[in-house]
Design a protein around this ligand. Sequence first.
Ligand SMILES: Cc1cc2nc3c(=O)[nH]c(=O)nc-3n(C[C@H](O)[C@H](O)[C@H](O)COP(=O)(O)O)c2cc1C
Length: 343
Amino acid sequence: MNFPQTIKERRTIRRFNTTPVEPELVVSLLNDAARLYEAEGTPRWRCLIAGTPESRHRLVESMMAKLKVSRFGKLLPAKMIDFFIKRITDIPVHLIFIAESASDRRQSDENYAAVCSVMQNFQLLGWDRGLGALWDTDPIFQSESFLAEIGLQEGERFAGILHIGYFDKAPRARGRTPAQQKWTAIGGGGIADGLHSDQAQISAHSILEVLNDAVWAPNDGLREPWRFIYMTGTEAAAKLPDYSENPSSAFLLIAAKQEADPHKQEEDYAAVCCLIQNVQLLVKSRPWYVRRSIPDWIYDRDQCKPFGILPEERIVALLELGVNDRSPQPEPSPPPLVNITYL
Ligand SMILES: Cc1cc2nc3c(=O)[nH]c(=O)nc-3n(C[C@H](O)[C@H](O)[C@H](O)COP(=O)(O)O)c2cc1C
């Protein structure tokens, strides 16, 4: 896949045609999407598929149950409710993504970050095969009937539904803010000094090139909730006490803006995960490596202060970037990872 092109060209599709989507294709894309995710740890997440007329109907009924009996729902014309039900049931496939429960906050974030990244991979791989997707987190999914239908357990995090189908026309792109405007450099690598950093093998300038493609991540309300904090290995070693010094690496802290509304917080965290996933995919076409991690210290506000993290922000991940000194090895194909249930 030409990652830079697909990342920029992918659009959220809200109008699908009636061409059926082969179930085998969905499962194979899911497994490929899971294999493309690379980070430390063993994240746990699961996916439910509603791809038959019966399961799609049950799903939409569970979404509508609360609305139908609510005062607002009773005021809605029956035609409007039927229109909504038909719109959802006509979409060939719905994929429901859930991050499994975890023993602590960091593991919970790891699970959630993984599932969001896989959703982005799925959208990109699907796009390459002519499939469109809508990532949907409508508040209607918070209803008890829907959560019971998908079997959400305590501690699990619902990441959203991907509605999947073929489409006739993609909408026009809405522009993204250049990454430079969301960039802060600690030490060298600032805009003012021409983005030069002497120590890092990878210049701030070339990282910005990657970021300017990565910002084409899906993000609800186009809030573009990310910010980039760049530093060299020397700076990182000075600021992170337990970090092994590697002066030739470049480091990027990716921060997410935290809205007061918890629903938006989850959506924004998800969007930042998609952006990070884009970076990882984009780096594949360069002679670089990237290591993605969620260090424990990001949960300690005091340890975040030296990096200029604002009270309404949180760090989503630390990326270490460097130049590959080994010739690329063919990667062994691991077994499929996805825990799939059919609704
Ligand atoms: C976490 C997340 C939640 C989203 N939720 C919705 C949603 O509920 N309804 C919707 O129409 N679009 C939703 N979107 C899609 C965004 O609106 C879309 O990505 C944005 O408008 C940019 O368009 P693009 O994806 O075509 O670049 C969501 C995207 C993400 C990443």
